[in-house]
Design a binder for this molecule. Structure first.
Ligand code: NQM
Length: 377
């Protein structure tokens, strides 16, 4: 449990990489119950608000300014629950609205590490509820016996995900029912493709879609981008970012999300024909900074867009066939393969998705916050 250490409060914490994201994970019971007090502690732990997060353990980028709060579940259909928190480094709020499939990959390892879940054999499978959206994922991690005869989470292995150097043990993730996570339905406007009028830009064709992550899918070419830029090139292109943000604000209203000026969603996905052997090329803004690869549910949603006839993504995607297509979503550091399960009776309907992630426990101990933050309750 949390305890005093001089003028600070020490809170048990595991620092973990989940997929291509990183952040501290907590047992919910070690944090203040009151949400405002909890958020003050999480912000202090990361060092926000501050662009550099110099007074905390955040990594000064949206992908490394994330937290996970995990708890056992009382539900019979779920083994473990967690809340994902997104903090913009310079921001002063913890956004618990949307999904994060990268941080999700570290939740079951955290639960085994902390004794919330007993390893069941060489492989341990659990159903994990993301409270943000109600999404349930079935996740399998490797839990072989160690030299001490006990079962531990295995982190070492040969599985590679682009965006993370080297190999790791595979973590298998399966999703059902991810449609409408934040926007309420898969196609919140009811259309596979819309034309919106954007101030200063003109008419733009978009696909507004949410199969786990609310996305605006648009051709990079519409903004004079090739769609193959590096994240640094996108981050440096003020004109491109301003036009994409203008589009985002219009699409926020069209998607029923209201004024999204201060919100972390929808994310922007610039698509182009595949540049390598993949199905489609993507560049993501999350929403103001370029993603180094692509989010997990963002990849699921982009892949889903690719199979919907008439969508902006389907127009540039190549080589997707069958009722269980593996869609290779290209991104700035490689590709992300998502296997979609299509309804055989309606191949325009995606009913499940499966993919591979990895994770690693990086540090185990206490994170320290000024006690004035912890006792704000
Ligand atoms: O879409 C970044 C990430 C994410 C979210 C973001 C994610 C997902 O890569 O499931 O994983 O889109 O802000 O961690």
């Amino acid at each position: 449990a949390a305890h005093r250490r001089g003028s600070q409060t020490a809170i048990p914490c595991l620092l973990m990489r989940g997929g291509t994201s990183r952040g501290p994970f907590f047992d919910e019971r070690a944090l203040p119950e009151d949400v405002a007090a909890r958020d003050a502690v999480l912000l202090a732990a990361l060092g926000s608000p501050d662009e550099r997060q110099i007074d905390g353990i955040g990594g000064a980028h949206p992908l490394t300014s994330k937290v996970g709060v995990v708890a056992p579940s009382a539900r019979s259909d779920v083994d473990i629950e967690w809340t994902f928190g997104q903090v913009q480094p310079a921001g002063s709020s913890v956004d618990v609205t949307a999904n994060c499939g990268n941080m999700l990959a570290a939740v079951l390892p955290f639960a085994v590490e902390t004794g919330m879940i007993e390893p069941a054999g060489d492989r341990t499978t659990a159903r994990v509820l993301t409270r943000n959206t109600g999404m349930i994922a079935e996740i399998t991690v490797q839990t072989p016996r160690g030299t001490d005869g006990q079962r531990h989470v295995e982190y070492a292995g040969q599985a590679h995900i682009d965006g993370v150097p080297g190999g790791s043990a595979p973590i298998e993730i399966g999703f059902l029912d991810t449609a409408g996570s934040v926007a309420g339905s898969l196609l919140p406007t009811g259309n596979v493709r819309d034309t919106v009028e954007v101030p200063g830009v003109g008419q733009v064709e978009v696909t507004l879609i949410d199969n786990g992550q609310p996305l605006v899918v648009v051709e990079g070419a519409r903004f004079g981008a090739t769609g193959y830029e590096t994240p640094a090139e996108i981050d440096a292109d003020e004109r491109l970012k301003a036009e994409v943000e203008a589009l985002r604000l219009v699409c926020g209203h069209a998607m029923g999300l209201g004024d999204v000026t201060g919100k972390n969603y929808p994310k922007m996905t610039l698509v182009a024909p595949p540049a390598h052997d993949g199905s489609v090329s993507t560049r993501s803004l999350i929403p103001h900074v370029a993603h180094q690869s692509i989010g997990v549910l963002a990849a699921v949603t982009a892949a889903t867009a690719c199979v919907l006839e008439g969508s902006v993504a389907a127009r540039v995607a190549e080589g997707i066939t069958g009722t269980e297509p593996t869609v290779s979503v290209e991104h700035p550091s490689g590709e992300f393969s998502v296997t979609l399960g299509l309804d055989p009776a309606d191949p325009q309907k995606v009913v499940r998705s499966a993919l591979l992630r990895t994770a690693r426990l990086l540090m185990s101990g206490d994170v320290l916050v000024p006690s004035s933050k912890f006792e704000k309750e």
